[in-house]
Design a protein around this ligand. Structure first.
Ligand code: MLC
Ligand code: AMP
Length: 508
């Protein structure tokens, strides 16, 4: 029977010359395809030696490094389930993920070992390793003693490969379960649709704990046997320096905004490039047109989410149509997209409604949340994205908003309910509301509006400072206002649209 292990498919795409460079880092290190092959085998053998239960989760919260990427590949190879965690998460956030996912292995940076291992051991995790971005840590020390030969463990297409936590409008984060089949089908579709070619070189400048950097960018290069220029952190000057050696770049809109601020971004600087791809948040039309003028390239915008990986894309080839700014293009081959009213009835062309999707890319469900999973699918099997949009007569899809109360800041999702719960718990706070307002760099940022309990003084800056001590940095509102009352409708519900309007020019 065919082995549907995603690693096996990625490995099969390695070039014949295993001595060729697979990854070049911003520190000037070179990793060959043979290095990827051998190091992932050693890590996979280490995982195997731990005698983990079938379906064991391997959680990782470490700074971006090639070794961290290898741990992901090794987890696939060994047939376990990868659980990447944003490095910005603090203890309360990590505690929730670890208690919820019950990973058998947790890998963290050595500076966090004290508090992370305490949480992990308390939750029953047996193995906690360290991994730092300078190629040190107990994970590598232990893997160094393992064989560099390893046969990818047979997996079925339906077997779990990764769990990505994504927050909800209400309640705690949910783990989206993605299978080997989901990830491979999407990688192959994108390889064909975006015209990956021999000789392509990707600048990988995104974090590797979310869909964009971990799957879209990484799988894209690997399934094409393409070299990656690996940046541990996005740095516009370094990207510009590397453009003449690269052909493909992927980024969230903030990365494009920051590149546009560099005077050396010119037609000439981008002469070697084949394709610029944007996604994870709306790309402003100004950014799209400025980029065209400054570089001569038309950004290809695509749309996806943790539960579905990539869903739609503007065309790569001119014969399939133009890349239209402000739209997210067409459903990818094999993916179905429909726009419905509240009752799930399909809407005519051009009408705005809920975006629902179906396809081999759509996840298996939320980790240990069968009820929540059921709620997010229609009775006829379509996944409700929570995004609101329309499809025009030429089939282009435009996202016009979200039915879910979500702020996307610099490509990271912030769920107001989570932040409001923290603020409401603070002394002296009666109620709060978090809204997203336009921001020139992050696209959108959170602003908190708070009312104090009668007779109590609450300081907005103190609210922000207190949140900083508890939550990931990208979730922190950029401003907090203390006001006498919040605008409400006749039902008493806070009118967030009124607040958004009131504060919309704050960062203009
Ligand atoms: C950092 N800060 C942010 C922020 N990132 N605030 C809001 N939103 C963000 N995204 C905070 C910092 O903590 C700091 O606060 C201040 O803002 C300035 O930080 P910075 O130094 O400018 O930030 P930097 O480290 O440069 O990070 C910015 C960034 C990063 C844009 C490079 O946020 C990033 O890598 N975003 C990409 C996210 C991503 O990969 N998303 C894909 C999700 S997948 P202070 O107070 O300390 O000054 C997905 C599906 C799909 O959505 O379709 O792809
Ligand atoms: P996540 O849950 O982090 O995977 O974020 C997924 C959400 O990001 C989607 O549901 C959309 O709301 C948003 N998103 C992704 N790509 C785009 C895009 N190109 N334009 C607008 N929104 C996008």
């Amino acid at each position: 029977m065919k082995n549907n292990n995603l690693f096996a498919a990625l490995r099969a795409a390695f070039p014949d010359d295993l001595n060729a460079v697979a990854v070049e880092t911003d520190h000037g290190l070179l990793y060959s395809w043979r290095d990827l092959e051998r190091s992932t085998a050693m890590m996979a053998n280490l995982l195997k030696s731990l005698d983990l239960p079938a379906g064991a989760r391997i959680a990782m919260q470490v700074e971006k490094s090639v070794e961290a990427m290898m741990l992901y590949l090794a987890t696939l190879r060994a047939g376990y389930v990868f659980l990447p965690l944003n490095t910005a998460y603090q203890s309360a956030e990590i505690e929730y993920f670890i208690e919820n996912a019950e990973p058998s292995v947790v890998v963290c940076s050595s500076k966090n070992f004290g508090w992370v291992s305490k949480i992990a051991f308390k939750a029953g995790t047996q193995n906690v390793f360290t991994l730092d971005d300078d190629r040190t840590g107990s994970l590598l020390e232990r893997a160094a003693h393992c064989s560099d030969l390893h046969e990818a463990v047979p997996r079925k297409a339906d077997d779990l490969a990764a769990i990505l936590y994504t927050s909800g409008t209400t309640g705690r984060s949910k783990g989206a379960m993605l299978t080997h089949g989901n990830l491979l089908s999407n990688a192959l579709t994108l390889k064909a649709y975006w015209g990956w070619q021999p000789g392509d070189v990707l600048i990988h400048a995104l974090p590797i704990f979310h869909v964009h950097g971990l799957f879209v960018a990484l799988h894209g290069a690997l399934i094409n046997g393409s070299k990656m220029i690996w940046l541990s952190k996005f740095d516009p000057k370094l990207v510009l320096k590397k453009l003449p050696e690269a052909t493909v770049f992927m980024g969230v809109p903030t990365l494009y905004v920051r590149l546009l601020a560099e005077p050396s971004l010119t037609h000439e600087a981008c002469r070697h490039m084949r394709l610029f791809i944007a996604g994870s948040a709306p790309l402003l039309i100004e950014t799209f047109t400025d980029w065209q003028q400054r570089t001569g390239h038309t950004i290809l915008e695509r749309y996806g989410m943790s539960e579905t990986i990539m869903l739609t894309s503007n065309p790569y080839l001119a014969k399939d149509g133009e890349r239209r700014g402000g739209t997210v293009g067409f459903p990818l081959p094999g993916v179905s997209v429909r726009v419905c009213d509240e009752d799930g009835k399909g809407l005519p062309t051009g009408e705005i409604g809920a975006i629902q999707v179906k396809g081999p890319n759509v996840f298996k469900g939320y980790w240990r949340m069968p009820e929540k999973t059921k709620e997010e699918f229609t009775s006829d099997g379509w996944f409700k994205t929570g995004d609101v949009g329309k499809i025009d007569e030429r089939r282009y899809i435009t996202i016009v908003g979200r039915s879910k109360d979500l702020i996307i800041s610099g490509g990271y999702n912030v769920y107001p309910a989570e932040i409001e719960a923290y603020i409401n718990d603070m002394q002296g706070v009666a109620e709060s509301a978090l809204v997203g307002v336009p921001h020139p760099d992050f696209g959108e940022v959170g602003v908190a509006v708070v009312i104090a309990k009668p007779g109590v003084q609450v300081n907005g800056d103190a609210v922000v400072a207190s949140l900083k001590a508890q939550l990931a940095n990208f979730k922190i509102p950029k401003k907090c206002f203390v006001v006498p009352e919040l605008p409400r409708n006749t039902m008493g519900k806070v009118q967030k649209n009124v607040l958004r309007e009131q504060y919309k020019a704050l960062f203009a």
